[in-house]
Design a protein around this ligand. Structure first.
Ligand code: GBH
Length: 465
């Protein structure tokens, strides 16, 4: 069955600063927690770092041409805070601002809408040295940085996103330690949750007072779509989803989350007025979706299964959820080991639509890592091709799942594939490839994969086969 994309439905692709830019020490950029983390032995696969990454900082013009060739209507990028404020505070660094200025102008010249994320995990190291997200000051520093960006790019950016996946920043950064800064302190992780929420609210207020255009304001969350036993589902839904959604969209924290985590923290870091500061209007909610998560109550006797379904000693990202375990899911799987379940995306969108009927939704990330192979192909301009049919199927089935949700009444405005380019996949370094465009890390050459050509075709025909 062929189906038409809804009128106005936007197709784009996404990246993040530390994952693609490289040029880590250029033009006054200060160190971020990911520079420190990736340069610490044992933290990132193979000792990979973002020092060079895709060298997008120097090749952005060519990458913009590529986006135009693929017919992308929008591009979601993030701003590296340490390029703007090398120590996270004070005077803005002109060279850093100029880079994003050129990027945004280059997008507009090609008719591509700029969707800017202020924070995709590269916290200035100096702010971590002062306590990081568990410290309240980080939220107000974030608002100052948002004001700088709003003032400089506020006449041209279409959509402003405050945070990307605060779940990852808080729980992978401060509880499991799988991400920078690699701390494993559950109380600090919950303080980080609160200060990320507060930073979101303060940044929205700062943007609204500085921006001269009429953009959309948003935040992007990574939702956990849960399968399993009621009380385990309730608890993980609280920690993963409602601890961000409720303060941002309704005001205040869910009482069950506060009770579930009482042995970890008394939540004394929440002050009078914070609920109002966090609860600011947004125009669209960004949804990142990759797979589903199975949960059940742990019997306390067998070895507890951790988040990705494996037995192991890695610290848990879930404060206060010692009685929950994460059984393996049925396949098929991507190269990350994540199960492929497009119907989970339909469910998620309908569930969000039921809870917040007036809030438009946008898929800000969806995509898959697979072990790609480069093959000779005389019909391609560079003589090389990547026939990534599994990625084509993944993206096709998930766009289909979005259309199912739209047919059932959800208000979904667009879809951004993760990612434009193969890039630095955080703790996995360059070992996992999510791009619709291949990056050869020796030559930094770009090769559009079949998925990129397929996605371009979808944009041209606006029909999903
Ligand atoms: C996104 O993170 C990021 O925004 C992006 O930078 C990244 O490159 C991309 O996805 C691909 O990883 O087993 O409980 O930990 C996604 C991170 C992946 C976090 C799935 C939650 C499974 C839940 N999410 N993960 S758990």
């Amino acid at each position: 069955m062929t189906r038409a994309l809804p009128e106005g439905f936007v197709l784009g692709s996404a990246t993040a600063s530390y994952q693609v830019e490289g040029a880590a020490r250029e033009d006054g950029r200060g160190p971020s927690i990911w520079d420190t983390f990736s340069h610490t032995p044992g933290r990132v696969w193979n000792g990979d770092t973002g020092d060079v990454a895709c060298d997008h900082y120097h090749r952005f013009d060519q990458d913009l041409d590529l986006m135009a060739e693929l017919g992308l209507q929008a591009y979601r990028f993030s701003v590296a805070w340490p390029r703007i404020q090398p120590t996270g505070r004070g005077e803005a660094n002109t060279a850093g601002l100029d880079f994003y200025d050129r990027l945004v102008d280059g997008l507009l010249e090609r008719g591509i809408r700029p969707v800017a994320t202020l924070y995709h995990w590269d916290l200035p190291q100096a702010l971590e040295d002062n306590g990081g997200w568990p410290a309240r000051d980080t939220a107000s520093a974030f608002a100052d940085y948002a004001a700088i960006m709003g003032k400089r790019l506020g006449d041209r950016v279409s959509t402003w996103t405050t945070l990307n996946e605060p779940w990852c920043s808080a729980y992978l950064g401060y509880a499991s330690g799988a991400h920078a800064p690699g701390r494993t302190e559950h109380a600090a992780a919950l303080a980080a949750v609160h200060h990320l929420n507060l930073g979101h609210g303060l940044a929205l207020q700062a943007l609204r007072s500085e921006v001269s255009g009429d953009p959309d304001y948003s935040v992007t969350l990574n939702f956990h779509v849960l399968r399993g036993e009621d009380d385990a589902v309730r608890q993980i839904d609280g920690l993963a989803n409602r601890v961000f959604l409720q303060p941002m969209l309704e005001g205040g924290y869910p009482t069950d989350v506060i009770e579930d985590t009482a042995s970890v923290t008394d939540w004394a870091f929440v002050r009078d007025g914070d609920a109002e500061a966090i609860h600011q209007p947004i125009d669209v909610l960004g949804v990142n979706y990759y797979s589903t998560t199975a949960v059940r109550l742990w019997d306390g006797r067998s070895e507890r299964l951790t988040a990705d379904g494996h037995k192991g000693a890695a610290a848990s990202p879930w404060p206060g959820a010692e009685r929950v375990e994460f059984p393996p899911q049925p396949g098929p799987y991507t190269e990350m080991g994540w199960n492929i379940e497009p119907a989970g995306l339909t469910e998620l969108l309908l569930d969000l639509h039921r809870r917040y009927p007036d809030l438009p939704l946008m898929i800000t990330e969806n995509g898959a890592a697979f072990a790609d192979e480069v093959v000779p192909d005389a019909s391609q301009p560079g003589g090389l091709a990547v026939h990534d049919e599994k990625r084509v199927a993944y993206v096709r089935d998930h766009v289909g799942a979005v259309l199912d949700a739209v047919d059932a009444g959800a208000d979904v405005r667009g879809y951004f594939v993760w990612s434009l380019l193969d890039n630095f996949e955080w703790g996995y370094g360059y070992s996992k490839r999510f791009g619709i465009v291949r990056v050869d890390y020796e030559t930094l050459e770009r090769i559009p994969k079949d998925s990129a050509l397929w996605f371009a075709d979808l944009g041209r025909t606006r029909r999903l086969d």
